[in-house]
Ligand binder design. Structure first.
Ligand code: C5P
Length: 398
């Protein structure tokens, strides 16, 4: 049910636009109020009058419509909604979104909104598979844009493949999921994940074996509870979750900068395996074997991101969570780490080789809080993430 939800529906110029009229009807059947916006090209496929009649609302069409600016500016229009939906999202509209263009009403609203954006792409299969569109998809996913479809099937142009717009009922389901009111709705949660790469020279680096699996699972779990998530990740093996804002970094110093740039946050979870040391004197060109022996690498200590954020005098997230991978005296070491780093919780785990946890799909953790140590049974990394997300929601509700 979408009772009292406000949807700003941007209709792009594609043959699938006729299905957007049906989408308006179905969204309204679920109780939503729909404000349609037509691009110039969309008007070639559907008339403003039919969109307006089905929505029982005024249709917005032109950025420079001064009457509307007097009634409601484009900034306000983009924010008055609970969700912005783009259907059909054409290749051109997606390229504009990925490039940050704002040269008509639709693209300006998409740039100005502070709400989540769900797009239903629709285009010819070759256009969908084109490297430019694939690049734009990756950019948009990294910006936290949600996708409904496209589906695979026969197309109006006679070809077959991915690119058919999702059916209106599928888009309604995606809208419901995007608007689901989880306990972390309205909260901003920051998650660090993956390893860092510390350069030796332009082609070599020092890394570690973190896959990013646990951090990715945590980002997905807090997002599923409704949080807005900023996911700061080093070069991990697995792709980041959909629907979160991704910031990719390489070095610890860049990770700290990205974390500071993402604040303020209600909670910050530091699941990244940050290198403790960086090469103090990385070479600017590739080091060569020149017969004079092995190079001497000097090391410098990296900033401790967790301790820096936990120690902030102003603007510290309310809940700061660190991880501790230990091989001996897990609980005692983790308790000492909690005190040393100044964080609220530590998620501790035993990474001795015989546990099979490092690089595996399961984890057995102990949650260390101000109240003591809680052993959790061995479970999948997804289950650990779900349970931790639930605990974060409870802590922020207090
Ligand atoms: O000191 P240790 O590396 O064991 O601490 C692990 C915790 O500290 C993790 O939460 C990790 O993300 C964080 N950390 C950090 N910056 C560092 C080192 C560790 O944020 N330079």
């Amino acid at each position: 049910m979408l009772a009292s939800k406000r949807i700003l529906l941007i209709i792009g110029g594609g043959i699938a636009a006729f299905k957007s009229l049906e989408l308006i009807r179905r969204l309204r059947d679920q109780g939503a109020a729909v404000t349609p916006v037509l691009t110039r090209a969309a008007e070639e496929f559907v008339t403003p009058l039919s969109a307006s009649a089905l929505a029982a609302q005024k249709v917005y069409r032109d950025l420079f419509d001064l009457t509307d600016e007097a009634e409601m500016g484009h900034i306000e229009l983009s924010r008055a909604a609970d969700l912005v939906v783009v259907a059909p999202a054409t290749a051109d509209l997606m390229a504009k979104m990925a490039g940050g263009h704002a040269n008509d009403l639709a693209s300006t609203l998409l740039m100005a909104t502070d709400k989540r954006v769900l797009i239903a792409p629709a285009m010819n299969v070759r256009m969908w598979e084109h490297p430019a569109t694939q690049r734009n998809i990756a950019t948009l996913k990294g910006d936290g844009i949600l996708f409904a479809g496209p589906n695979e099937g026969s197309m109006a142009c006679g070809e077959f493949g991915p690119g058919r717009m999702a059916e209106p009922e599928e888009i309604v389901t995606a809208v419901e999921a995007a608007l689901m009111e989880g306990p972390l709705k309205g909260r901003h949660v920051l998650v660090t994940s993956g390893p860092t790469h510390e350069p030796i020279d332009p082609v070599r680096y020092i890394a570690n074996r973190s896959s990013g699996a646990q951090g990715t699972a945590i980002a997905r779990a807090v997002s599923a509870l409704g949080a807005r998530v900023t996911f700061v990740t080093g070069p991990a093996d697995i792709p980041p979750p959909d629907g979160v804002q991704v910031v990719r970094v390489q070095k610890a110093a860049e990770m700290l900068e990205a974390v500071q740039g993402a604040l303020p946050a209600d909670a910050a979870i530091f699941a990244a395996a940050v290198a403790d040391w960086r090469v103090a004197n990385p070479a600017t060109s590739k080091m060569k074997k020149d017969g004079s022996g092995a190079p001497a690498l000097e090391f410098a200590e990296n900033p401790d991101i967790l301790a820096t954020i936990a120690g902030m005098a102003d603007g510290r997230p309310r809940l700061v969570v660190g991880f501790a991978a230990e091989t001996d005296d897990v609980v005692a070491n983790a308790q000492a780490k909690r005190a040393r780093k100044g964080c609220d919780w530590i998620v501790a785990n035993d990474v001795s080789p015989e546990t099979g946890i490092m690089g595996g799909s399961e984890n057995a953790v102990t949650l260390i809080t101000a109240d003591g140590a809680e052993d959790w049974p061995r479970m999948s990394k997804d289950q650990v993430a779900a349970r931790l997300a639930q605990r974060i929601a409870e802590a922020l509700a207090e």
